[in-house]
Design a protein around this ligand. Structure first.
Ligand code: NZQ
Ligand code: ZN
Length: 385
């Protein structure tokens, strides 16, 4: 196990009825901006609960944050923050709303043009507004981490960033808010959380048993409960287990002292930026391709995953690793997330632009060994056609 330092200060209020706790978290004299997406929170009653919790607190609202939130939209919220002297941001929605709100929090105090945050991974953020979050889509882990992924629509750049200052102060996780998720988003969420886990697991062994076995437990929970959520969307326990697993998948715990891959996300982001696929759809396409391409280097962990998570018993190691990749693909398909570029109308002609974007952003050495070059990406994506 490698050395690490760990602290995660986000307070979690988990369970039914916890939205009311907002009033314990936000100072009575705050000027709050509620941020949200396309309106799902108006239809399912979540916004009403938020309004009730904010009784006697001054609040404003900014809606219309799109999936894969756009820099251009978020800058309108930054103007509103300045104009209304907002002192607290309250993100109500999925990962896009939470990420977008993190960007707003940092951009509100940014000295230079905030577009710079996208190209410097937010490293120059020195001050940010406090953020609270009511999560309605378990997937990204954004509710308990300092990451944000923002798209600049004008240039089709989808860029990840991190700042300790952008981590939510508190997050409310009420599984009942997820009952209204369309099947597509339930599937996306489970796939995204699984890929977060394996980006921190499917590398090479460093004898970090706590992290490994924890990752394996979370994978089992998501693989057991995911299909149940599709069949029985209002089953509280199913939704609760998925929600807590997705938070744990990317709140910093699993990455402690272990190598990370993250090539699947790096490649996936370019596919979303260029062709508009959902985040999880891109991951479902890229994961089997990366694992097949790097099967030899990932062999030990692929076999561990095959045995511990999938319960495979094949004697032949090569066959066992291949079957583990196929089973993972089948699971994604079972969750309603297609795993081939062709399923989204994309062919070989779509690949050069993806590779070019990686080059533009200097993503020249991906993977846990830094040995996946743009040329490798061009090759491995052919396995995903
Ligand atoms: O906009 P509304 O109307 O709210 O509808 C949303 C949206 O259309 C809908 N939805 C959310 N909760 C709902 C609901 N519909 C009905 N009932 C509910 N309870 O779902 C749609 C998708 O929402 P979105 O927030 O875009 O999805 P997700 O949570 O998957 O977030 C994706 C974004 O997060 C980034 C992705 O790149 C993408 O931009 N990621 C953020 C990460 C992080 N901060 O750590 C890590 C991830 O790897 C990921 O990159
Ligand atoms: Zn993700």
């Amino acid at each position: 196990m490698n050395n690490f330092t760990f602290r995660n200060p986000t307070r979690i209020h988990f369970g039914k009825g916890q939205i009311a706790r907002i009033r314990e978290e936000i100072p009575a004299d705050a000027r709050v901006l509620i941020t949200y997406g396309g309106g799902s929170i108006k239809k399912n009653g979540v916004l009403d609960q938020v309004h009730a919790a904010l009784e006697n607190i001054t609040f404003f609202e900014f809606g219309g944050i799109e999936p894969n939130p756009h820099f251009e939209t978020l800058m309108k919220a930054v103007e509103l923050v300045k104009q209304e002297k907002i002192s607290y941001l309250l993100a109500v929605g999925g990962g896009s709303v939470v990420d977008g709100t993190k960007f707003i929090a940092g951009a509100a105090f940014y000295d230079d043009d905030p577009v710079e945050m996208l190209y410097t991974r937010a490293t120059k953020v020195t001050k940010a507004l406090p953020i609270g979050c009511v999560l309605t889509l378990p997937a990204t882990g954004s509710e308990m981490n300092g990451n944000a992924v923002i798209t600049r629509w004008e240039t089709k750049d989808k860029m990840g960033m991190f700042s300790e200052l952008m981590r939510p102060t508190f997050s409310i996780l009420d599984p009942e808010t997820t009952y209204t998720l369309p099947a597509r988003q339930t599937g996306n969420g489970v796939v995204d959380a699984i890929v977060h886990i394996v980006e921190q697991y499917m590398t090479y062994p460093v004898n970090a048993k706590v992290q490994d076995y924890y990752a394996e437990s979370l994978l089992k929970v998501l693989m057991e409960e995911g299909p149940k959520a599709l069949k029985d969307p209002t089953n509280y326990d199913v939704r609760a287990n998925i929600m807590w697993a997705a938070t744990q998948a990317l709140n910093g715990t699993l990455s402690l002292g272990v190598p990370g891959d993250w090539s699947i996300h790096a490649i996936g982001h370019q596919i979303t930026a260029l062709y508009g696929l959902d985040h999880a759809q891109t991951l479902a396409i890229v994961l089997p391709a990366v694992w097949s391409y790097k099967k030899a280097q990932k062999k030990e962990k692929l076999l561990q995953y095959a045995h511990h998570v999938l319960g495979l018993t094949e004697q032949d190691d090569n066959m066992c690793a291949t079957k583990a990749i196929e089973k993972t693909r089948e699971f994604f398909e079972q969750m309603g997330v297609a795993t081939r570029l062709s399923a989204y109308g994309l062919g070989e002609e779509s690949i050069p632009a993806i590779v070019e974007k990686l080059r533009q952003h200097g993503r020249l050495k991906l993977g846990e060994h830094g040995d996946i070059t743009p040329d490798d990406v061009a090759e491995l994506l052919k396995l995903a056609l």
